[in-house]
Design a binder for this molecule. Structure first.
Ligand code: GUN
Length: 284
């Protein structure tokens, strides 16, 4: 192996420690940041993500409330809960875990969460601010990736960043944040022919597809930075990313592991958004 492996645990621990101290200071002045996490149905992976988010919140000294609703919950019941949380002054962030069970509209949920409590940055107003480069919440996973790149001292201005995946949660906002950093950005997706010809031009390659083993050594330019946003279950039942780690690490210069890097960094950015939101509420 030639690649240096990003020490995700260390980066996450140091960032969370800072958030914990800032949370304590804000609490001291009378405002405890509060996050409400809503889980509908019994998807086992979502249940794990929600548990991790709640635990991280508590560890940071924030108030956290979990709402676990049955898969039979109606759209009206879900929206009524969101409206109640919108009006609750103890709550500064509202997150509805996706995917929702069939029949429930994520779009309507995202539009109902008050924009000033939308710590996922899914509300159209916040997405608009992101596109325009205006101040506001940053989407957690892409913001976490940028934070990892900054912490590792990876230069972005003028570099070619290739993003694989065009989802609303990761691919599209990732491209926007890289543009803010003055990178030249290419977005590839399932209809892109000759994927490796494009990804091999990347100084920074970010995969956010959800397919184990998609990125192999032939996709990577020697010395490139490889960021794996994928979260998949491999044939052996173990958690793995989109990148064939052992293979790609032979040619990459720097590579992130899965699990233990982008996932926990995403939760760290969620805590940061909740803290930011509580600060804004305290100043109002
Ligand atoms: N499901 C997968 N990732 C996310 C996320 O970042 N936020 C929410 N709300 N649901 C998700």
């Amino acid at each position: 192996m030639t690649a240096q492996v990003v020490n995700g645990k260390e980066i996450v621990a140091s960032r969370r420690e800072r958030i914990k101290q800032e949370t304590a200071a804000l609490k001291e002045s009378g405002v405890q940041p509060g996050l409400a996490v809503v889980l509908v149905g019994d998807d086992p992976a979502s249940a794990v993500y929600v548990r991790n988010k709640i635990k991280a919140c508590e560890d940071a000294g924030m108030l956290s409330e979990a709402y676990r609703l049955p898969a039979t919950t109606s759209q009206a019941e879900l929206l009524a809960l969101i409206v109640k949380l919108n009006e609750d002054p103890r709550i500064h962030g509202i997150l509805v875990q996706s995917p929702l069970p069939k029949g429930l509209s994520e779009e309507e949920v995202n539009e109902t969460i008050a924009a000033e409590k939308d710590v996922d940055c899914f509300h159209p107003v916040n997405v608009g601010n992101l596109v325009l480069g205006k101040e506001g919440f940053l989407p957690c996973t892409p913001a976490g990736v940028i934070e990892i790149l900054h912490t590792c001292g990876v230069p972005l201005a003028g570099k070619h960043a290739v993003v694989i995946g065009r989802s609303n949660i990761v691919g599209k906002p990732m491209a926007l944040l890289l543009l803010r950093e003055h990178a030249t950005v290419t977005v590839c997706h399932s209809r892109t022919p000759n994927l490796a010809d494009i990804t091999r031009q990347a100084d920074i390659l970010i995969s956010a597809v959800g397919r184990a083993g998609l990125v192999k050594r032939e996709h990577v330019k020697p010395g490139a930075v490889v960021i794996d946003v994928g979260m998949n279950r491999g044939a052996d039942g173990k958690l793995c990313g989109d990148v064939d780690f052992a293979d790609a690490a032979e040619v990459a210069g720097l590579i992130t592991p899965v699990p233990g890097c982008v996932g926990p960094m995403t939760i760290t950015m969620l805590l940061n958004n909740t803290l930011q939101s509580a600060r804004r509420a305290a100043n109002r």
